[in-house]
Design a protein around this ligand. Structure first.
Ligand SMILES: [Zn+2]
Length: 97
């Protein structure tokens, strides 16, 4: 699956990186020309459970696939545990792809 179009300079779709920012930010997805970025904020990840980290990773991957925020499921904003995809995002997936 191509998330970002390849260019002469890059063939990666996504770059993952850690950031250290003293804020409530858990992570973010940034769409760029070439390789997009998913960043995880180590400042908060150090205090989170594995399942909370998985939720953030799935959430940001959802953004990379083109999904917006939702009031429930993996695309809901905030810190909580969730390790499996919910029905809403599955429906969005089959609609988009
Ligand atoms: Zn989000």
């Amino acid at each position: 699956m191509n998330i970002a179009p390849d260019t002469w300079a890059t063939y990666e779709d996504l770059t993952f990186k850690d950031i250290l920012e003293q804020s409530t930010l858990l992570g973010y997805y940034q769409k760029l020309t070439g390789s997009d970025i998913i960043a995880f904020n180590v400042f908060n990840f150090m205090k989170m459970t594995n399942d909370e980290r998985k939720k953030v990773a799935l959430h940001e991957m959802g953004h990379a696939l083109g999904f917006g925020h939702h009031d429930s499921g993996i695309m809901r904003q905030g810190r909580f545990s969730m390790t499996e995809l919910d029905e809403h995002i599955k429906e969005d997936y089959y609609e988009l792809y």
